[in-house]
Design a protein around this ligand. Structure first.
Ligand code: NDP
Ligand code: A1CAB
Length: 272
């Protein structure tokens, strides 16, 4: 982004605010270049003090924006699109949507405008700059795709995918954070049962999970290759691992991800 450009985030909740903070923290833009909107504008008071433009007026935010980020819930989108349509300048503005289950074509169709739309699917680790963000579009230019990637690169890692895989990406990465958190919580509960205080067990389980993820990311190795290094013959690891598999550990994760993907494709009611 250059110093003259303005970004308006419509729907400044968890994801919208995390993106704004990431952009400022990484020096991509100043708070003065960002408008944040939500209906309960009082909840954004601390951001006004930091120099962000804060408002409940989406039309005004859209008028001054080069980039508009749609970050409301799927069921809140159509009302928002109806509201902002009169202020949109389709040939001059880029729409980025982080909304689950809504395609680029859905947005254009509802607006009845030929505006460029790019979808970005982050996860809540965006708050600490460690999001896995998937990016897809059906009509965005390479320039705008690169611009979107560079915005989300400030808050984690990005990957561009085909738009038809976006609901799958939602399940694997956006919902996936919750799945891994529940796994860590379960491990900590096991740790408490075998003798550790709950706070120690949670810390030990979380750091162990982090180590496992880093082994894969830093060494670019396969999980089974790393598992083989832990499982001593007739040892305690293979005993525990096999017991988990007898109870459907991998199967439960796979089935959960499949159901989340199905549901992610079903979150938006086009005619609402
Ligand atoms: N949470 C997650 O992990 C992820 C969420 N997403 C997607 O991101 C989107 C946002 O999720 P999340 O940030 O968690 O949700 P939040 O509920 O935290 O944020 C949505 C925000 O939109 C505001 N809002 C609602 N209607 C309007 C309106 N008409 N004009 C302006 N603001 C409005 C709400 O505030 P108020 O009520 O005050 O208006 C709220 O702050 C969703 O579509 C979700 O599917 C994508 C990836 C991950
Ligand atoms: O649960 C949800 O619907 C949202 C979308 C992905 C993560 N949270």
């Amino acid at each position: 982004m250059n110093a003259q450009q303005h970004i308006s985030i419509l729907g400044s909740g968890n994801i919208g605010l995390s993106l704004a903070k990431g952009l400022v923290k990484k020096g991509i833009c100043k708070p003065q270049q960002i408008s944040l909107t939500r209906r309960n504008v009082a909840a954004l008071a601390q951001y006004a003090e930091q120099g962000y433009h804060v408002s409940d007026n989406n039309l005004r935010a859209v008028r001054k924006a080069d980039i508009i980020v749609l970050a409301v819930l799927p069921q809140q989108l159509n009302k928002l699109l109806d509201e902002i349509k009169p202020s949109l300048k389709p040939d001059k503005q880029l729409l980025i949507s982080v909304i689950s289950g809504v395609s680029c074509a859905d947005i254009r169709q509802h607006l009845d405008l030929n505006v460029q739309v790019i979808r970005a699917m982050p996860n809540t680790a965006i708050a600490i700059g460690h999001s896995m963000t998937c990016i897809a579009t059906d009509n965005g230019t390479n320039k705008n795709i690169n611009m979107t990637k560079s915005l989300f690169d400030t808050v984690g890692v990005t990957i561009q995918i085909n738009e038809e895989l976006m609901t799958s990406a939602t399940a694997l990465c956006a919902c996936g954070i919750a799945f891994f958190l529940r796994s860590i919580r379960a491990a900590s509960q096991g740790g408490t049962e075998i003798g550790f205080h709950a706070h120690d067990a949670l810390k030990m389980a979380a750091q162990t999970a982090k180590g496992a993820a880093d082994l894969l990311l830093q060494l670019a190795s396969h999980p089974e290759q790393e598992i083989d290094k832990v499982t001593s013959p007739s040892g305690c690891t293979i005993a525990g691992l096999n017991e988990m598999e007898h109870h459907g550990f991998s199967s439960a994760m796979i089935k959960g991800i499949r159901l989340s993907a199905e549901k992610a494709g079903d979150l938006y009611k086009k005619d609402s």
